[in-house]
Design a protein around this ligand. Structure first.
Ligand SMILES: Cc1cc2nc3c(=O)[nH]c(=O)nc-3n(C[C@H](O)[C@H](O)[C@H](O)COP(=O)(O)O)c2cc1C
Length: 199
């Protein structure tokens, strides 16, 4: 089992260089956004809790609504099996059915959290973006990974939710370290949120 997981992580590490190199060239979308009077939602998918941890911190800092994405059919609980199923779905470009449609019509800003799955956004997140009408909305991604960084996930999100403005993401390795709370604060402040907080 450990051998299999270590093989999987070697495979993730192999894409890490490519992903990180790509990220250096993609800085557009940074900067403050006008969030006054805008309704904000946090949407996320998480298997082992890393992305969920970030999602909950964003929600509690902004005191906004939050929604976890769940699939109708559960993914395998075995990690190796999960990576196989996910890989197959990504290769075939199929998306799972979600338990519930998330209605974004009442929101202006949607934080979208995803783990990196084989250098891509997790397929349930793709299902959410494919299914919604994001016209005129701002998507702010946050991404957790096991070493490969953001990869081309913001660009893929722009491709999937065509009418949305997709900003640069917060990128966190695993569940983040001791400084993650400060990183989230800095990122939200840079975006123009948390104007009155003191660090
Ligand atoms: C199916 C699958 C594929 C993954 N692919 C990658 C990858 O390509 N690069 C990477 O750095 N981490 C990869 N990981 C690790 C996760 O991105 C990382 O552990 C993430 O923080 C998990 O988030 P979660 O706890 O919210 O599910 C993968 C994990 C799974 C389950």
């Amino acid at each position: 089992m450990m051998k299999a997981i270590s093989k999987i992580f070697t495979a993730f590490a192999a894409v890490a260089f490519v992903c990180t190199a790509f990220a250096d060239d993609m800085k557009e979308g940074l900067g403050k956004i006008d969030n006054s009077g805008k309704k904000t939602l946090v949407v996320y998918y998480s298997v082992s809790g890393n992305t969920e941890g970030i999602a909950k911190q964003i929600q509690s800092k902004l005191n906004c609504d939050i929604k976890e994405l769940e699939t109708k059919e559960a993914y395998p609980s075995d990690y190796e099996e999960l990576t196989k199923v996910a890989k197959e779905q990504l290769e075939k470009d199929t998306t799972p059915e979600l338990k519930e449609d998330v209605d974004v019509s009442n929101y202006d800003i949607v934080f979208v959290g995803t783990p990196v799955w084989w250098s891509k956004m997790a397929v349930p997140v793709k299902a959410f973006l494919k299914g919604g009408n994001f016209s005129g909305k701002t998507i702010i991604p946050f991404i957790t990974h096991g070493g490969s960084g953001r990869c081309s996930i913001p660009e893929d999100m722009r491709e999937t939710a065509k009418d949305a403005e997709v900003l640069e993401p917060l990128v966190v390795s695993g569940s983040g370290g001791a400084n993650t709370t400060h990183e989230i604060d800095d990122w939200l402040e840079d975006l123009g949120f948390l104007k009155n907080t003191t660090k």
